[in-house]
Write a new protein. Structure first.
Length: 277
């Protein structure tokens, strides 16, 4: 048993070492790279001219990916034990929102392993002084019934300090036209389908998360936790983010360029077309 355990550990070490090497190689070959990180407005524990954001909102739509919301919200809730944080869950109506896909074809086994969330505000009643808005991914990001969501995004985006997308939440932002001319990343499993929808975005193929101005975007699902912790470090400092990740017992991948899943899914950088062309 001891020999078997050691063998499994060694094989796992070799697997990740090989993956890291391939990631580094692919990063050197990529013709699309993310802007420098951290952004200049990060305080990293030093005094800042602007207070850290405390009013955040999360978009809800049918077919959201649960961890895209629950992971970052857990980090924010943990931070909220020591800092004042206001969080709104925003949807088209106040009706419960399910993570179940709209189409039966997306759920071939006819599973019922989905969750439901309750919005706290509608697009009409949500606060107009939100500082940060977060968008999850999931099968619903491809829905044809997001027109009211796009209208809300267009109205609130100019007022936001920051927009954060998780996984294919970047597809929602892209479909709304908010990512044109910006660097962003997305789910590596859904990479091909997402980047094909908008060639006016600088899609970054190897990135756990990307920051371009006021837009933060993360890779798939669990990457939302890593990006949110990066956001917390940016505005609340190293001590705060360390306390949050330790409380969550979470192994934070602190490097935004760490992305073994770009190798797993063999993603490549698409051709960028400047807006207006």
């Amino acid at each position: 048993m001891r020999y078997l355990t050691l063998q499994v550990l060694l094989e796992g070490a070799n697997l990740f070492t090989g993956t890291d090497a391939r990631v580094q190689s692919r990063q050197k070959d990529s013709n699309v790279t993310a802007p420098a990180y951290p952004p200049s407005y990060c305080t990293n524990g030093t005094p800042s001219a602007l207070p850290p954001p405390r009013k955040l909102g999360y978009i809800l739509f049918r077919g959201f990916e649960p961890l895209d919301i629950n992971g970052p919200v857990s980090a924010l809730a943990t931070l909220g034990r020591s800092r004042h944080i206001e969080l709104s869950m925003i949807a088209e109506t106040l009706e419960p929102v399910t993570s179940a896909p709209l189409l039966a074809s997306v759920n071939p086994p006819n599973s019922t392993s989905f969750v439901t969330m309750l919005p706290t505000h509608t697009f009409q009643s949500a606060s107009q002084d939100l500082e940060v808005l977060m968008i999850p991914g999931g099968s619903g990001s491809r829905s044809q019934y997001l027109n009211n969501t796009f209208v809300y995004l267009h109205s609130i985006y100019p007022k936001l300090r920051y927009l954060i997308t998780v996984c294919t939440g970047s597809l929602v932002a892209s479909r709304a036209g908010l990512l044109d001319g910006k660097h962003a990343t997305t789910s590596k499993q859904g990479w091909v389908a997402v980047v094909a929808t908008n060639s006016r975005v600088h899609w970054v193929p190897q990135a756990r998360w990307v920051v371009d101005g006021k837009i933060w975007s993360t890779s798939g699902v669990s990457a939302g936790i890593d990006g949110t912790l990066g956001f917390i470090e940016c505005f609340y400092g190293t001590a705060a983010v360390t306390a949050v990740k330790n409380s969550m017992e979470f192994d934070w991948h602190q490097e935004p360029h760490w992305d073994p899943f770009s190798v797993v899914y063999n993603v490549t950088a698409p051709v960028y077309v400047p807006p207006g062309e």
